[in-house]
Structure formats: structure tokens, C-alpha cells
Write a protein that binds this ligand. Structure first.
Ligand SMILES: [Zn+2]
Length: 137
């Protein structure tokens, strides 16, 4: 975040934090997760592929452990710095593929993650209509 305002920002929703004084939760989203202090803002040099690997591994751990969507929030802020690049998460990549090829996704958790990462809903795969025993639909 280059437009530093206040003392920091919410790791989840990027809301600006005006003061640490009396702060117990994010004033916008209500998370009690530790916010990011502006004084810790740094610039690093990294290869996009390296960053992609870090994000996908973190995303997989987050999904496996049911740890919310912090990695998606961070990956969205990182990707916003280079929107011409490919998404940094698997959910972002799958969301782009689903959109490009008009694919649907049957896993509700994955549909949720794709929406969290891309901001767009993907369709639900509907089961094909199974014919009755006599072959009629
Ligand atoms: Zn927040």
C-alpha cells in the first residue's frame, strides 16, 4: 500500500487504521487479527513466479486448516500492484479459467474461494439429468 494514511491498515479488508489507541477490532470488517503497521511497509524485489509459489502454498495451508481468507486479501493487494500479471493464487487462476472457458465449478468451497479471490461468482455444475431405468428423461 503506497498511500499510507493513519498508522496502518487492516490485513483483511485494507481499511486504514487511524490510531492504535483503544483499537480492539477493525472498524470496517470487525476482525481482531493483527493489523499491518505503516512503519513495516517495505519494498522487495521478487520474481512473480516465486511470489505465485508462496501464495499458492499459503492458500493451500489456509484452505486445509480453515483459516479464513487472509491470504486472499494479501494476494489481492499484491496482484493489484501488477494487474497485467497472472493471478497469484490457485483460486484466482481457476476463476480466470472458469470465466475464459465458461466452466462451472461443483465444489462449493472452491466456488467461495474463487469469488473471494476474483470478486466474481462462477456457475454451479449441475448434475446431468439421469435417464430413468426405461431410458426416458
Ligand atoms: Zn478490516
Amino acid at each position: 500500500m503506497t498511500d499510507a494514511k493513519g498508522v496502518g491498515f487492516c490485513t483483511e479488508c485494507a481499511a486504514h487504521i487511524e490510531s492504535w489507541e483503544g483499537l480492539t477490532a477493525c472498524p470496517r470488517c470487525g476482525t481482531t487479527n493483527v493489523p499491518c503497521a505503516n512503519e513495516n511497509q517495505v519494498t522487495v524485489t521478487v520474481n512473480w513466479h516465486e511470489l505465485h509459489l508462496l501464495c499458492v502454498w499459503a492458500e493451500n495451508y489456509q484452505r486445509a486448516q480453515g483459516l479464513g481468507s487472509t491470504i486472499y486479501a494479501i494476494a489481492k493487494r499484491l496482484h493489484a500492484q501488477h494487474p497485467e500479471r497472472d493471478p497469484l493464487t490457485l483460486a484466482g487462476e481457476l476463476g480466470e479459467m472458469a470465466k475464459k472457458y465458461e466452466m462451472d465449478v461443483s465444489d462449493p468451497a472452491l466456488r467461495h474461494d474463487i469469488a473471494a479471490q476474483t470478486g466474481e461468482e462462477v456457475g454451479l455444475v449441475r448434475r446431468p439429468i439421469a435417464p430413468d431405468v426405461d431410458g426416458t428423461l
